[in-house]
Design a protein around this ligand. Structure first.
Ligand code: EPU
Length: 339
């Protein structure tokens, strides 16, 4: 196992800031992942698993431990019946390459999650979602190394406790599991309307009335390229904030003061309010705070234009959170994890 020392985390995270990792290694098999973990444990070093670095922010102090870069490959059909195909995917696979392969196989379930940066193993951590689909809808199970019991375990979907951008892997069990593969069950049916609002609008505008997996994938890629900055050109982590979730009584108040407020009924007495709208209405869209630009096509996205480090990002973030709280009395939350 090759272990590198003092590696700048800005080269491994799409926000391109933060300090150094004391140690970093790459793993290509589940056994290598275990060996790397045990090695760090023997030296009492903390461990952090890094996929594509597209949903992780590195702090200026860096990471005084071992970063394990997840590179385990794999794409294997493990079940195929009349209606569905089940595929086991290595945690280190590039997520969008996986989406493309499944679309080429004419399978439905993740085509609307096209062009999302990152790895397959990271997808369950934040329950990645876009345009009406989320990984929780197709994930059957995953295999992880349980660092507490020193065993590989299979976790079924329910055990991951998925909710909006949330799972046990970033809440109650943070740091416990090293995900080595995910198993997803995809449908052989064509994508079915009605689609997520922004996607439906795009399809209507382009006069698209036949819906194949490929058509949906291409539509999503087009929407995303127009609205989201390419992290290779403009450092960002996609949505920097989660959308806000409010109770119905809060909504009554909000609607009285802001009649145009967009809301999505979550069906459980709660409503999602687009944080992009809240930030835009707070007058911040397109502004630059501490070298961090609030993206002019979607205020939910922060771009590292010229920040000198994590501190600048944290200051910009806190000012945005304060502005939204002052105007709407809503506390918005950061989405990416921090090292
Ligand atoms: N809006 C504004 N101003 C803005 C941005 C958005 O008014 O600056 C309003 C619009 O009214 C729009 C609504 O917000 O109708 C929702 O916007 P959109 O459909 O573009 O989605 P989003 O809430 O900005 C979420 C996900 C994205 C995902 C899209 C599409 C989160 C935190 N973000 O964004 O995921 O691609 O929906 O499904 O849930 C990510 O997590 O990194 C990500 C990009």
């Amino acid at each position: 196992m090759e272990i590198h020392t003092n590696i700048p985390l800005k080269n491994f995270t799409t926000m391109k800031l933060g300090g150094n990792a004391r140690f970093m290694t790459e793993v290509r098999t589940p056994e290598e992942a275990v060996a790397a973990f045990r090695n760090a444990k023997a030296q009492s070093l903390p461990v952090f698993i890094l996929g594509g670095g597209s949903n992780v922010i590195a702090q200026d102090a860096g990471f005084n431990g071992l970063i394990i870069r997840m590179r385990i490959p794999g794409f294997e059909v493990i079940n195929d019946d009349l209606n569905s195909t089940t595929i086991k995917v290595g945690a280190g696979e590039d997520w969008d390459a996986v989406v493309k392969r499944t679309v080429d196989m004419r399978l439905s379930g993740i085509e609307a999650m096209s062009a999302i940066p990152g790895t397959a193993g990271a997808a369950p951590v934040q329950n990645v979602g876009a345009y009406g689909q989320e990984i929780a809808d197709v994930l059957e199970s995953l295999i992880a190394y349980d660092t507490q019991t020193d065993n590989f375990v299979t976790l079924l979907n329910e055990a991951c406790e998925f909710s909006y951008r949330q799972s046990i892997f970033r809440s109650s069990q943070i740091g416990r599991y090293i995900i080595v593969s995910i198993t997803i069950k995809l449908s052989k049916n064509l994508p079915q309307p009605p689609f997520y609002e922004a996607l439906q609008t795009y399809l209507d505008q382009h006069d698209v009335h036949i819906f194949t997996q490929e058509i949906i994938r291409n539509a999503v890629i087009d929407i995303r390229t127009n609205k989201l900055p390419d992290p290779k050109l403009l450092p960002n982590t996609g949505s920097f904030f989660k959308n806000a979730i409010v109770e119905d009584w809060q909504l009554t108040d909000l609607k009285a003061n802001f009649p145009d407020i967009p809301t999505y009924d979550m069906g459980d007495g709660r409503f999602k309010v687009p944080t992009g709208w809240l930030i835009e209405q707070s007058g911040l869209k397109g502004k630059v705070l501490h070298g961090i630009k609030i993206h002019d096509k979607n205020s939910l996205v922060l771009i590292n234009q010229s920040a000198s480090g994590y501190r600048d990002l944290a200051n910009a973030r806190d000012e945005i959170i304060d502005a939204v709280r002052n105007k709407f009395k809503i506390q918005i939350e950061q989405e990416p994890l921090e090292i």
